[in-house]
Design a protein around this ligand. Structure first.
Ligand code: ATP
Length: 385
């Protein structure tokens, strides 16, 4: 059984709280506050019970052992402080000790600036563990990793799962074990390599599995279509061919038409049937007929799980397929779950956050959990017993 914070009686302690505050920041401004907002309930619960909190998080992928202001958590500390209306002390040098002064909350600078974090140095974990009495893990997005400020602390401290983690697990479990059928899964995005296992796993469970993005291109190539200069992964064509031979392959929904750019220019997008794609075309989105077909499937679904943009969303109008699919899910009555670092910002930008049943903070961790892999941190916290 998952050892959860809300069932433990934790008062008047110093709690080390590992969060995933890895949010996009541009010119010191938070571009997406989603992960911060989702972390607040556990912070408030701990404060309500008279605890002091030392917040630990990573941000981006800095070079370990070096301080790089580009990856500083300071803007996050300022933002969170405003949101929860509490003073937060931001500690740059924290690993050898922290001082709460007149505050109840300290946020430590990016844990990935510390030597040894990524390799789960036991020496670093030991130092971090001496900063508090109890450990609460609420960073679902790193559940699949073994790092000092998360996995490394669990054996050293009395450890609990926070509320965000509990919600993530409950929603993902509901989606995998007990979905209300018909279940439609939409697996798209840049690379098939990161999602191939997920596709094979979900093909069994889903009534329909919709694909798009670079993943679609790899399948089209494997099926013998000309994909011109489109993004695809040649190393995974054989894997795609295995799925093509899968007994449930007919559940994998292919588009009817695609939108292409030509000669490396984004101007002059052209919608064409898949069979008409030429050698100098680049497939960047699904076409209007495909959108209609996908929307129709979504309308008839009771559960939808979506991960990954269906096209090159950074450049208009190649975001059209993704935007229309997002809107179709948002207005449908189905239970909808979405995950993925590039998928969520689209929903945020469209102001549709409240129209989805569950938005996960996890990218890789969520996909691995849904694939049925045991995530090391969840295992240590008792999620599989
Ligand atoms: P993450 O893996 O970070 O959790 P995600 O699962 O939401 O994110 P990714 O798999 O990273 O999504 O894919 C998103 C990227 O794929 C976007 O940058 C998008 O532009 C790109 N992409 C999707 N379709 C295409 C295409 N046809 N051609 C080129 N790029 C594409």
């Amino acid at each position: 059984m998952l050892k959860v914070l809300k069932e433990a009686n934790i008062n008047n302690k110093i709690v080390l709280l590992r969060l995933d505050l890895n949010v996009p920041i541009s010119q010191n401004k938070i571009v997406s506050n989603f992960r911060i907002i989702k972390s607040i309930p556990t912070i408030e619960h701990l404060i309500k019970n008279n605890n002091k909190i030392v917040i630990l998080s990573h941000l981006g992928r800095p070079k370990e052992g070096e301080v790089d202001e580009k990856y500083s958590l300071k803007p996050v500390a300022l933002y969170l402080s405003e949101k929860i209306k509490q003073n937060i002390i931001f500690e740059k040098n924290w690993v050898n000790g922290v001082d709460f002064k007149d505050s109840n909350i300290i946020m430590c600078e990016n844990v990935r600036f510390q030597n040894g974090e990524k390799l789960n140095s036991s020496e670093l974990s030991r130092k971090i563990s001496s900063l508090g009495d109890i450990f609460v893990f609420d960073a679902f997005g790193v559940s699949h990793r073994k790092e000092s400020s998360a996995y490394g602390l669990i054996d050293l401290m009395d450890s609990y799962a926070g509320q965000l983690l509990e919600n993530e697990i409950n929603n993902a479990l509901m989606m995998i074990s007990n979905p209300v059928n018909p279940l439609t899964t939409i697996i798209s995005g840049a690379k098939i390599s990161t999602k191939i296992t997920l596709i094979s796993k979900l093909l069994n469970k889903s009534s329909h599995l919709i694909i798009g993005g670079g993943i679609l291109n790899t399948f089209l190539f494997a099926l013998g279509h000309n994909i011109g200069t489109s993004l695809f992964e040649s190393d995974y064509v054989d894997e795609a061919k295995k799925i093509i031979k899968h007994k449930d392959f007919e559940k994998l929904i292919m588009p009817i038409d695609v939108v292409c750019s030509n000669n490396n220019s984004f101007d002059n997008p052209q919608t064409k049937p898949i069979s008409m794609v030429q050698s100098n075309d680049k497939i960047l989105d699904i076409g209007a007929k495909s959108i209609d077909k996908y929307v129709d499937i979504i309308k008839k679904s009771s559960t939808v799980f979506w991960n990954g943009p269906l096209g090159y969303v950074e450049q208009e109008p190649y975001d059209t397929g993704t935007v229309k699919i997002a809107k179709a899910i948002a207005i449908s009555n189905c239970y909808s779950m979405v995950g993925g670092g590039d998928t969520l910002p689209i929903i945020e930008k469209l102001s549709l956050i409240d129209n989805f049943s569950y938005l996960s903070t996890g990218g890789g961790a969520l996909l691995k959990f849904i694939e049925g892999k045991e995530l090391p941190i969840l295992k240590k916290l008792g999620a599989y017993t």
